[in-house]
Unconditional design. Structure first.
Length: 238
């Protein structure tokens, strides 16, 4: 995987080819290119969030503050599953049914809420949940298989910025009253659209659903073995 935002920045810069230096690439999370990358990271985190798990000790109650789920972000994260009871040596996890837990807010905050169980002080449960990805000057949680997709999306956001800049940029010229830069703006809008299509293709978010099928056993005898006629057509008699 990319080790940090610097490696993603190099990929974005290579895609946008900003030869005029309209966007700053100075290693700073406030520079224009890094802002584009962080916008891409936010979208990517929604499309393919980071999955985390935390083991929590019971307290003989049915509700547990989400602050105990390290990395859980209120308004973003969702609970994927709860394994209870959980032993560190468990090979097969005993996950609760979806209606046996939920996220519930009350007057004191947001809680992971058990609808039936009350984990005892001697018990543990394992909570699996989603969280945003991390990308900064020293770390990245983006899988290597998605690095190129994030570079595409970051470049698309950067092209949006360039399109906006060139849309209002009219250069003075000695040989002409003004040089209209709207063509460059249109080019960057087209590049942004193309890069988003590339991102969608790599993430498989722009594809139609795959064909699916199912098998089922049908009781063709309708409960007996004497050859009863079908409901919708009878047996051939000639």
């Amino acid at each position: 995987m990319a080790a940090n935002i610097g490696e993603i920045r190099l990929g974005v810069s290579a895609r946008i080819q900003d030869d005029d230096g309209k966007l700053s690439i100075t290693p700073d999370l406030l520079c224009e290119v890094d802002r584009a990358i962080l916008s891409a990271l936010e979208q990517y985190s929604k499309d393919r969030p980071l999955e985390k798990a935390v083991r929590i000790a019971g307290t003989a109650t049915f509700k547990y503050a989400v602050s105990g789920l390290t990395g859980f972000i209120d308004g973003f994260s969702s609970v994927l599953g709860i394994a209870y009871p959980h032993l560190a040596a468990d090979q097969q996890l005993a996950f609760l049914e979806d209606d046996e837990f939920l996220l519930q807010r009350d007057d004191s905050g947001l809680f992971l809420w058990f609808t039936q169980a009350r984990p005892a002080a001697s018990e543990f449960f394992l909570a699996a949940f989603t969280a945003p990805h991390t990308l900064n000057a020293s770390t990245s949680t983006i899988p290597v298989s998605d690095d190129q997709a994030v570079m595409d999306l970051g470049a698309a956001f950067a092209c949006d910025q360039l399109a906006a800049l060139y849309a209002k940029d009219i250069d003075s010229s000695i040989s002409a009253d003004a040089v209209d830069r709207r063509t460059k703006s249109d080019n960057y809008r087209s590049m942004a659209a193309s890069l988003r299509k590339s991102y969608a293709a790599k993430m498989q978010t722009g594809e139609s659903g795959r064909a699916a099928g199912t098998l089922a056993e049908i009781d063709r005898g309708f409960g007996n073995m004497v050859g009863t006629d079908y409901f919708f057509h009878g047996k051939r008699r000639f």
